[in-house]
Design a protein around this ligand. Sequence first.
Ligand SMILES: Cc1ncc(COP(=O)(O)O)c(C=O)c1O
Length: 381
Amino acid sequence: MVTEPVRAEALRLAGGGDLPAYVYDLPALRAHAAGVRGALAGTAELYYAVKANPAAEILRALVPYVDGFEVASGGELAHVREVAPDLPIAFSGPGKTDAELALALTPGVHRLHVESPRELARLIALGAPADVLLRANPDLPGEDTRQAAASPFGMDQDGLAACLPLLAAAPHIRVRGLHTHLTWAQHDAPAMAALARRVTSWALPWLRAHLPGLTEPELDLGGGMGVDYRAPDQVFDWKAYAAALPAALPATGARLRVEPGRSLTAYHGWYVTDVLDVKRNHGRDYAVLRGGTHHLRTPVARGHDQPFTVLHRAIAGPALTGPATLVGQLCTPRDVLARDVPVTGLRPGDLVVFELAGAYAWNLSHHEFLMHPPPRFRYLD
Ligand SMILES: Cc1ncc(COP(=O)(O)O)c(C=O)c1O
């Protein structure tokens, strides 16, 4: 869906020769974030995973609706501190450098997520107090955790066990609980909540057994709430998710936290461009667009067709109708934004407004390749 303010801005940008452009609808983003926050209220804290879209305007729009920001590098940490100095920060990320570990010990970092026993040892050696969550990647049954189990992220039961003697000798490191991020792109809210229940029913006994002094254990369930690129209007059902989370947890003193990225910001960013050329090559119809995957790499990275809306502007010229492949200006056959998708009367000069471009889009893309100009950025407010 293209909201009215975005449609008007797209036409204005086209009129001024200012395409391609990213356009963000901040009031709509705020309304969405308020809904997520409302659904989770009293059940789980909400942190935003900054890696999804770190633009300062986006972060500022989210500040009133989140409990904190999750960062995954020293760069993100410095950026967030500047944009939102008062908000708690959770610092995660595999492969932290010594400089990043030292940064994590400075004020404002609420929680440091420890990825390995060796990282813990390096943190301990710095000698300063720290509040940490151990990133757990346990062997939980189920298809949805298979990808995590095959990844280098976090610690399996052996890794976690190896942390215990280190912690026993380092009272300045306060373990507050566990961090997990065990699935990606889960569209189904009840399935996501079922995973949360599997995590809590493993994690709380583990914490009780191994860290018995911990009275208010925290469980960060990570992100991974899905955005359906084939059905752009279907939004993750936060109410159903929150309703199915383990309701008894707060009564036990345990605190839940989630740190979604994509499902917060994907819906309210659009990549707007226009058609430069249409052609038929070896039996396939192509529309060649200004810009391309050096601006919006999401469809290549994830292997999907980026959903879009056409705003017809051209009144003459060759037109494509039927399945067409929308490509960019790059000299690579992988510069494909959508493949064999139906279009009707698509002409050079028409606008193509790509949806779900508010997360892992511009910041994920290889901007410098071929030295085309960058897009414009408009934050509508
Ligand atoms: C540790 C961690 N937390 C949160 C996220 C955010 O995930 P998503 O944008 O899918 O919600 C990621 C994404 O990779 C992650 O690695």
